[in-house]
Design a protein. Structure first.
Length: 247
C-alpha cells in the first residue's frame, strides 16, 4: 500500500469539484487547532505592511483533508487519559465513589471487554490495582447544565465532568491546558505509566461516527482528544521547504 498525492490544475475539473462541494456540509471534527492557527496567521499577514499582496492572498488558504463521514471503514479509536495523582489510592477511590460504581479487577487484560459492555464504564489503573468504574444510574442527566442531551450522553463527557471536575476538583475549562492531564492512545503505555506512578490511567473506549455528527450538529464541541480517526493520511505526506529555491 502506498499514498499518492496528485495536484489538479485543470480549471474545468476544479470548477466541477467546487460545484459538487457547494451543497455539502463539512464537519470540522479534527484539526481545529490548525485551523485556528491558520486564521490567526491570515490576520497577522493582512496587518503586516511589509507583506506583498501575493503573500496576503496566499495566507487566505489552508490545507484540508476531507473524507466521507459515512464510509463504513472509518473508525474513531480511543484516546485514554492519564491523570497525575498525588492522592493515596484509597482516597482516590473515595472521591470517585459518590459518582461511580467501583469494581476491582484481578486481570486487567479483561478491562477492554468489560467496559465495552456498559455505557459510562471506564477502566482505572493505578500502580497496584485495576478497576472498572461505571457511572451510577441516572446521574448522566445532572452533567453540565448547559449541555444538550447528545453531549451529556457521551462517555467522554461523563468522564471529564464527573471524574475530573466533580470528583477530582478540576473545572472543565482548566482541563484542556492542565499539565496534570495528558492523553495516550497506546494501552500498554498507559499500563506502564500507571505502574511507575504518580499517574493513574483512565481507560476509555471508542466513540461512533454518528455520535460525532450528533454533537457537531448540536453546535457544541466534543471533549478534547476524542477524534482519533482511523485510517488517516500518513504524517509528512505533504511538506514544503521554508528556504527559497535556488536556481
Amino acid at each position: 500500500m502506498r499514498e499518492v498525492l496528485g495536484v489538479i490544475r485543470d480549471p474545468e475539473k476544479v470548477a466541477k469539484i467546487c460545484r459538487f462541494m457547494r451543497s455539502k456540509k463539512i464537519i470540522l471534527a479534527d484539526g481545529h487547532h490548525r485551523l485556528e492557527s491558520a486564521i490567526a496567521y491570515k490576520k497577522e499577514r493582512a496587518a503586516d505592511p511589509k507583506a506583498s499582496p501575493e503573500e496576503k492572498a496566499a495566507a487566505s488558504y489552508h490545507l484540508m483533508y476531507l473524507t466521507n463521514a459515512h464510509t463504513p471503514d472509518l473508525r474513531i479509536l480511543p484516546t485514554h487519559r492519564l491523570w497525575t495523582n498525588f492522592l493515596p489510592e484509597e482516597m482516590l477511590l473515595e472521591k470517585l465513589s459518590p459518582y461511580f460504581h467501583i469494581r476491582q479487577l484481578y486481570d486487567k487484560t479483561e478491562m477492554e471487554e468489560l467496559i465495552l459492555q456498559r455505557p459510562y464504564a471506564f477502566g482505572l489503573v493505578t500502580a497496584q490495582n485495576a478497576y472498572k468504574i461505571r457511572l451510577k444510574e441516572g446521574l448522566w442527566e445532572y452533567a453540565h447544565p448547559i449541555w444538550p442531551e447528545k453531549v451529556k450522553k457521551l462517555d467522554l463527557s461523563i468522564l471529564h465532568y464527573f471524574a475530573f471536575e466533580k470528583a477530582l476538583g478540576m473545572p472543565m475549562e482548566e482541563q484542556r491546558t492542565s499539565t496534570h492531564l495528558r492523553y495516550e492512545r497506546n494501552l500498554n503505555r498507559c499500563y506502564e505509566a500507571a505502574a511507575k506512578g504518580p499517574e493513574v490511567a483512565f481507560i476509555t473506549k471508542e466513540i461512533s461516527m454518528q455520535e460525532v455528527l450528533d454533537v457537531c450538529h448540536s453546535g457544541y464541541t466534543l471533549p478534547q482528544k476524542s477524534t482519533f480517526f482511523f485510517p488517516k493520511t500518513v504524517s509528512g505526506l505533504l511538506f514544503a521547504s521554508l528556504e527559497p529555491e535556488t536556481p
